[in-house]
Design a protein around this ligand. Structure first.
Ligand code: COA
Length: 291
């Protein structure tokens, strides 16, 4: 069921947003919702065809959207994307870092280059695009949002590379918020758990369908389902709106409460009944010992 946005459709009117990894998955879901709320969109990523297809969907819906292919590992590519957005639409107000590289690999089988590749894409890529966007974001008093993950809270099986990369991104969120707050730039993050219906999750669940993944992982969260791209986009709109004006350096953990604990060890009616009977037994024993 598609939920309805709680925001006015013009809440981001006049703003220009760059979304890295915007050609597919979470990044495209974010681009779509930012456009539906008034922003003009520039998406970037490595795969030109994905970007072209994504922009066509947006322009067919009547939105202003463009793309420039690039690799966030290369600083000059990041500068080109930022310059492209500013020359095309006149400013840069919102930067969403939604690019990522990941795969499952037990640590003892992962090569040094495999580890470095993911750190380069995720972490160095985030620094590169933020650094390249500094001047226009300072001018617009803009907002940066990093999409990290929950892998790095505790530890995650077979993702030593991505867990390390995401922990570093959360750290970059805080450091940039500290250093760039006085320039009027706010920097926040969203740390989603599994996000359904994305190529990334498909890859990590070895090709399971979105429905199957929700059935498997949904019951493990207090809210009974896993995150959607729409859930993430709504929080980003909030962060970029006046509602988020005093928030910076914060990474919002967004996994439906899954991190709090696992499923209940027994049903609540069993807990109530057993607990009452244990209490009444201990009261009886207390009364007997006083006799
Ligand atoms: N298991 C173990 N190692 C792997 C791997 C896997 N599934 N996939 C790639 N690697 C290793 C490679 O073997 C290579 O190391 P080596 O030189 O020691 O052999 C290293 O990672 C770089 O791989 P390469 O394919 O050259 O990198 P790339 O820059 O072309 O691709 C990836 C980057 C690997 C992250 C690729 O999967 C990718 O671009 N994915 C698209 C985005 C994505 O994954 N999104 C998921 C978000 S959750």
């Amino acid at each position: 069921m598609q939920m309805k946005s709680p925001f006015h459709s013009n809440v981001l009117s006049g703003r220009v947003a760059v979304i890295t990894g915007g050609g597919s998955g979470i990044g495209f879901g974010i681009a779509q919702e930012l456009a539906r709320h008034g922003a003009r969109i520039v998406i970037t990523g490595r795969r030109k065809q994905f970007l072209a297809d994504a922009v066509k969907i947006l322009t067919d819906e009547g939105f202003q959207a463009s793309y420039l292919a690039g690799d966030v590992r290369k600083f000059d590519n990041c500068e080109s994307v930022v310059n492209f957005a500013v020359s095309k639409y006149g400013s840069l107000d919102i930067l969403v870092c939604s690019h990522a590289g990941n795969f499952l690999a037990p640590a003892e089988t992962l090569s040094s280059n495999g580890f470095r590749t993911v750190i380069d894409i995720d972490t160095v890529g985030v620094f590169n695009i933020c650094r390249a966007a500094f001047a226009p974001l300072k001018k617009s008093q803009g907002s940066i949002i990093h999409i990290s993950a929950t892998l790095q809270i505790g530890a995650s099986w077979y993702q030593i590379h991505a867990s390390a990369a995401k922990a570093a991104i959360d750290s970059i969120t805080r450091s940039l918020a500290l250093e760039w707050g006085s320039y009027g730039i706010r920097v926040n993050g969203i740390a989603p758990g599994a996000v359904n219906d994305t190529p990334g999750l498909q890859k990590l669940t070895l090709g399971m369908s979105a429905e199957k993944v929700n059935k498997m992982l949904g019951p493990l969260t207090p809210l009974g389902r896993i995150c959607t791209k729409f859930d993430i986009a709504m929080v980003i709109i909030f962060l970029c709106s006046a509602g988020g004006a005093f928030l910076t350096g914060e990474t919002i953990l967004m996994d439906g409460g899954a991190w709090l604990a696992g499923p209940a060890p027994f049903p609540r009616d069993v807990a109530i009944k057993m607990s009452r009977s244990v209490e009444s037994k201990s009261r009886q024993m207390g009364a007997q010992s006083k006799m």
